[in-house]
Design a protein around this ligand. Structure first.
Ligand code: GDP
Length: 197
């Protein structure tokens, strides 16, 4: 898919105030610093559509961008656990679960994980949560350029092995680098294919 336009639409923390348009929507989420802003800029060919910082803990907002005037790309903030008062039970931030539970336009989520890291508890739990709520998602391995080809393969295989402890099948996944553009066509073609089905 060729990106002919990519425009910011709005930011807010309330899913009820997200755009009313019934366009297909794809949400990008992951831990802070995973490379989400860089990936969004890489996919959309924009230097600064999503703000890259390198510093965790940016404002907690749902950011809508419209791509090719035909689908929404949603930049969600880095997730974390929200502590429920008087309980040790951990839940994901409220507006994130509200977004995924209520946003009927959502076609699929992309969960970003750093290819250098072992599977992180919070990522595994978040994917589990998506699965339980029947929300389709793909995994995006980021920063592939930071590993040698061999090391990358070992890391991905290790990740798959760990996923298979919890999942019957490995979810769909993409290997990306925002520096080299690796994975860009695969992700855009994947979205395009769903949108034109
Ligand atoms: P976010 O917090 O998830 O939005 O992460 P950012 O996109 O701001 O990236 C966090 C840091 O990782 C920044 O210093 C980026 O330059 C760096 N980074 C992100 N993606 C890549 C990548 O594909 N390759 C390399 N080498 N660095 C990356």
């Amino acid at each position: 898919m060729k990106i002919s336009s990519a425009d910011f639409v709005m930011s807010n923390s309330d899913v009820a105030k997200c755009p009313k348009d019934k366009l297909p929507e794809y949400a990008f989420i992951g831990r802070s610093n995973v490379g989400k802003s860089s990936l969004i800029n890489m996919l959309t060919h924009r230097k600064n559509l999503a703000k890259t910082s390198g510093k965790p803990g940016k404002t907690q907002l749902i950011n809508h961008f419209i791509i090719n005037k035909s689908w929404f790309l949603v930049d969600l903030p880095g997730y974390g656990y929200a502590k429920v008062s008087k309980s040790t039970k951990k839940v994901f931030q409220k507006f994130i679960t509200a977004y995924f539970s209520k946003r009927t336009q959502l076609v699929s989520a992309f969960v970003l994980v750093d290819c250098r890291h072992e599977p992180q508890k919070i990522d595994l739990e978040f994917m589990q949560w998506l699965g339980e709520h029947q929300i389709p998602f793909s995994i995006i391995f980021t920063k592939a350029d930071k590993l040698s080809k061999n090391k990358l393969e070992t890391q991905i295989n290790m990740y798959i092995e760990k996923m298979l402890l919890y999942w019957e099948e490995m979810p769909n996944y993409f290997i990306t680098s925002s520096s080299s553009g690796l994975g860009k066509e695969d992700i855009l073609n994947y979205i395009n294919q769903i949108n034109t089905e």
